[in-house]
Design a protein around this ligand. Structure first.
Ligand code: IPE
Ligand code: IPE
Ligand code: MG
Length: 239
C-alpha cells in the first residue's frame, strides 16, 4: 500500500528476551552450557546487524534476578561466558561505536564480572552509534521499587512527581522506550522485563530458540513490526 520506495519503519529501541538456550542444547543431546555458548554467538550477530540497520538502542535480557534460582554451575558458567565475551568484543564495540550499559543491580554480581563490566562501560562511554543495554540481575519490579525508594529518599513532592521524573529514576533513564520486544522459544510471557518502559511496545513471539535466531529471523520480526499499526490509544488510521 504505497510503500514501494519507502524505507521500512524500524524500531529505535529493540528489546529481546533471549530464551531457549537450554532446550536448544537438550535437543542436540548437549549440556545446557553449549546452548548458552551458541546463544552468545547469536547475540553477537544480532548486535552487529542492529548496528548496521540503524537501531539506536538494543536491550538484551541476559540474566534475570530470578535466574539466581539456577544451579551454581550454570550461573558460574553464564558469568564466565559473559566476562570472556566482553573482553573479546571490546575492540569490536569500539570499532562500531557501541556504548555498553547495564540495567540491573551491579553490586550483587560476581567481582570479576563487575570489573569487566565497569571497564567496558568506561571505555565505551562516548560511543554514539548505538547503546547496548545488558539487562543483568534485572527485575522490572525491583527496578520500579528502587525508583520509588530513590524519589522518597530525595524528598520528592508527591504532587510534583511526573511519569517522566519517575522514568528518569529507572535504569533506562534518558533512553527511548522499547518499540519492539521480541521473545524467542515459544514462551508467551514477559518474565519481569521492562514492565514500565514497554507500556506501548509491540510484542513479537517466535518458536525459534535463541541460538537459532539469525539475520533472517530478525528480518521476520522487523517485518512484523513494520506492518503493525501503533495507535497509542488514538483512533485507527483512516483508510
Ligand atoms: C535463556 O535460555 C538464557 C537465560 C535465561 C540465561 P534458557 O537457559 O532459559 O533456556 P531454556 O528456557 O531452559 O530452554
Ligand atoms: C527470561 O528467561 C530471562 C532471560 C532470558 C535472561 P527465563 O528462561 O529465565 O524465563 P522463565 O523462567 O521461563 O519465565
Ligand atoms: Mg528459559
Amino acid at each position: 500500500m504505497g510503500e514501494t520506495n519507502q524505507p521500512r519503519r524500524l524500531p529505535s529501541h529493540l528489546a529481546v528476551i533471549m530464551d531457549g538456550n537450554g532446550r536448544w542444547a537438550e535437543r542436540r543431546g548437549l549440556p545446557r552450557s553449549k546452548g548458552h555458548k551458541a546463544g552468545t554467538e547469536a547475540a553477537k550477530n544480532l548486535v552487529t546487524r542492529c548496528r548496521e540497520l540503524g537501531v539506536t538502542h538494543l536491550t538484551l535480557y541476559t540474566f534475570s534476578r530470578e535466574n539466581w534460582r539456577r544451579s551454581k554451575e550454570e550461573i558460574g558458567f553464564l558469568f564466565d561466558l559473559l566476562g570472556d565475551f566482553l573482553k573479546r568484543e571490546l575492540p569490536s564495540l569500539m570499532e562500531q561505536s557501541i556504548r555498553l550499559q547495564v540495567l540491573g543491580q551491579l553490586s550483587e554480581l560476581p567481582f570479576a564480572t563487575r570489573q569487566v563490566l565497569s571497564h567496558t562501560m568506561k571505555k565505551t562511554r562516548d560511543n554514539k552509534a548505538m547503546t547496548l543495554n545488558l539487562a543483568l540481575n534485572y527485575s522490572s519490579r525491583a527496578e520500579i521499587v528502587r525508583a520509588a525508594q530513590q524519589l522518597l529518599r530525595e524528598g520528592a513532592d508527591p504532587e510534583e512527581v511526573t511519569e517522566e521524573e519517575f522514568a528518569s529514576h529507572l535504569y533506562t533513564s534518558g533512553q527511548p522506550d522499547p518499540d519492539l520486544v521480541v521473545r524467542t522459544s515459544g514462551e508467551m510471557r514477559i518474565s519481569n522485563f521492562l514492565l514500565f518502559q514497554s507500556a506501548y511496545a509491540e510484542y513479537y513471539f517466535t518458536e525459534t530458540l535463541w541460538p537459532d535466531f539469525d539475520a533472517a529471523e530478525l528480518d521476520k520480526a522487523l517485518a512484523a513490526y513494520a506492518a503493525r499499526e501503533r495507535r497509542f490509544g488514538g483512533r485507527p488510521a483512516a483508510g
